[in-house]
Design a protein around this ligand. Structure first.
Ligand code: 6GU
Length: 229
């Protein structure tokens, strides 16, 4: 069982993905407890303001520390586990499968998704939060990044997938991309399934798949081969 709290200005963004397939089943089966909390509810301003202009000037708005701290302190006491606090930010360390595995072993994650140009730095330092980015591009807010992390983490929870093996064979689990897959029919619009997959020779099939994985990785993601050594 993992508990994931998300602090966000847009809790409804999470409704649809959380009600789909694996995430829904994980919640229904008690593998996952997820709680969304609206940071705006912790604004002390009459207009529910949560952001302000940056000191020193410059474009955009910055998330104010007050509402985020108050929201965080409220969320913290909803459950006894301390867990790990993660700020979603393009300035963070890059999220990858190894990080997903690491996070899937936690009892609790507290994800903070900000909108606007960024967070007041005291949010990161004061909460002792680690920062995570999902890649080298800029999103309008942390919500989709939080959703990506939740999705990647939950499918690693024991019992979350129907077939226990399927997470182990995934792309990246061995540092390589996955081999090509085929299903029926044997011939589709003149395109045939590779003969070897119909041969029943399991050793040959395993060898072919490994070769295909290496080939794909070399062509599409040479960085992964270098990382693997
Ligand atoms: Cl975590 N947030 C935002 N706003 N943009 C991102 C990101 C996060 N990761 C990649 N781009």
């Amino acid at each position: 069982m993992i508990r994931i709290d998300v602090l966000t200005l847009f809790p409804h963004v999470f409704d649809s993905p959380l009600s789909c397939s694996i995430l829904k089943r994980a919640r229904d089966n008690g593998l996952l407890e997820i709680a969304l909390t609206d940071v705006r509810d912790f604004s002390t301003d009459n207009y529910r303001k949560v952001d302000d202009k940056p000191y020193g000037g410059g474009p955009g708005m910055v998330m104010m520390p007050g509402p985020v701290f108050d929201c965080y302190e409220h969320v913290r006491q909803l459950s006894p586990e301390k867990g790990r606090t993660i700020l979603l930010s393009p300035q963070g360390q890059k999220f990858d499968q190894a990080k997903a595995v690491e996070l899937s072993r936690e009892k609790r994650l507290i994800l903070i998704a900000g909108k606007y140009e960024g967070f007041d730095e005291r949010i990161r330092t004061g909460l002792g939060a680690e920062q995570i980015s999902i890649g080298d591009y800029v999103l309008n807010g942390g919500e989709l990044a939080a959703m990506v992390i939740i999705d990647a983490v939950v499918r690693l929870l024991p019992g979350a997938l129907g077939d226990e093996d399927s997470a182990k064979n995934d792309s990246f689990s061995e540092g390589l991309l996955e081999y090509p897959q085929y299903t029926r029919p044997e011939v589709f619009r003149g395109m045939k399934v590779p003969e070897i997959l119909l041969s029943g020779d399991h050793a040959k099939i395993a060898e072919w798949r490994k070769q295909q994985s290496l080939e794909r990785t070399k062509n599409n993601r040479p960085d992964l081969l270098r990382k693997r050594g």
